[in-house]
Design a protein around this ligand. Structure first.
Ligand SMILES: [Zn+2]
Length: 333
């Protein structure tokens, strides 16, 4: 059985888009599903597409942080069962409920609101209990062409053509996965409709607050709007942390994709990307930030090419309206 696999090699290095779609459709429509694991796992991979290292590898911590974050928000925050068998809940569900009960955490809280040390503890336990089952099962459903893995070595690496495919069709794959997860959850949580579930699932990984990033950015940068250059120092309430490439596309909160923006720019830009000129400013901004921010995890896997790729692929995925502010304020010095 594929869910018992401890090691899996990439079965075919050269695969066409046609083959990849075939295996994906097989996964979406034909694979046996007893819990929501595989959908949440694939969502976690999609969220981490731009966190790969130079060999297209992902750490188990990255994968299972996303996996646990999604699960917490589904299970604790929205109180949704994740298994078709009421008497046999998904293991991840049991783990999370135990932590929520033991620590008396109210259901209003999202995962990012827990103490960092508690988050880490939970992620480690979910990782330990779920890695073998989840990674091997999805590998089997996609005929071993998506990635290679070794549970003992905590190794995971994408197959290159599949990785390119996932970037090219990222938005569609996010939508498809959300839809299938919604359909599954509707089945096992009889009372809720897929449409109502979808609106929750679409923002399930979104942080409750970007305050941590606000602190880092104001500490190391001039307090000015990245887009219109207005002075932000006078009004905290009107300062936003903005995803340079919209969150709806990246589904992630990497510091290298975050900027300070004024209220007006934030509202006007909304879910759009900017004119290309700002991409150049962003690369320069990151170049400066890398050299002064002392917390290395913020830039672990960052390289300029990733941001350029992200920009180009967001256009390819339909973010075609290029926004820029109507008025740019003059530089002070
Ligand atoms: Zn502005």
């Amino acid at each position: 059985m594929s869910h018992d696999l401890k090691v899996g090699e990439i079965r075919e290095q050269y695969v066409t888009e046609h083959q990849i779609w075939q295996h994906l459709n097989n996964f979406y429509y034909r694979s046996s599903v007893s819990t929501s694991y595989k959908y949440v796992f694939f969502k976690a991979l999609l969220e981490n597409l731009y966190n790969v290292d130079d060999k297209l590898g992902l750490s188990y911590n990255q994968i299972f942080y996303s996996f646990t974050n999604i699960y917490w928000n589904l299970v604790i925050h929205h109180n949704l069962a994740q298994s078709h068998n009421k008497n046999k809940p998904a293991r991840a569900q049991t783990i999370l409920q135990k932590y929520a009960n033991d620590n008396a955490i109210p259901s209003e809280w999202q995962f990012d609101q827990l103490e960092d040390s508690l988050q880490l503890k939970i992620v480690n336990e979910v990782k330990r209990d779920c890695k073998q089952n989840v990674i091997g099962a999805f590998y089997g459903d996609t005929a071993g062409i998506f990635y290679e893995f070794d549970i003992k070595q905590a190794h995971f690496r994408f197959n290159k053509p599949v990785y390119q495919f996932m970037k090219k069709y990222q938005r569609i794959l996010i939508n498809l996965t959300n839809y299938h997860l919604g359909k599954y959850l509707e089945k096992v949580n009889e009372a809720t409709s897929t449409m109502a579930l979808l609106s929750k699932i679409e923002v399930i990984s979104k942080r409750s607050s970007l305050e941590t990033f606000y602190k880092v950015l104001t500490q190391f940068e001039q307090n000015r709007c990245f887009y219109c250059n207005c002075d932000l120092s006078t009004n905290r309430r009107k300062t936003h942390v903005d995803h340079f490439i919209p969150w709806s596309f990246v589904q992630n909160d990497n510091l290298w994709n975050l900027v300070l923006a004024c209220n007006d720019c934030n509202l006007q830009k909304s879910d759009k990307i900017t004119a290309r000129f700002y991409l150049e400013s962003m690369l320069e901004r990151n170049h400066n930030l890398v050299s002064i921010v002392r917390e290395p995890t913020y830039f672990n896997t960052y390289e300029n090419k990733k941001l350029v790729d992200l920009y180009d692929y967001s256009i390819m995925n339909g973010y075609t309206t290029l926004w820029e502010p109507r008025k740019v304020h003059g530089l002070k010095n």
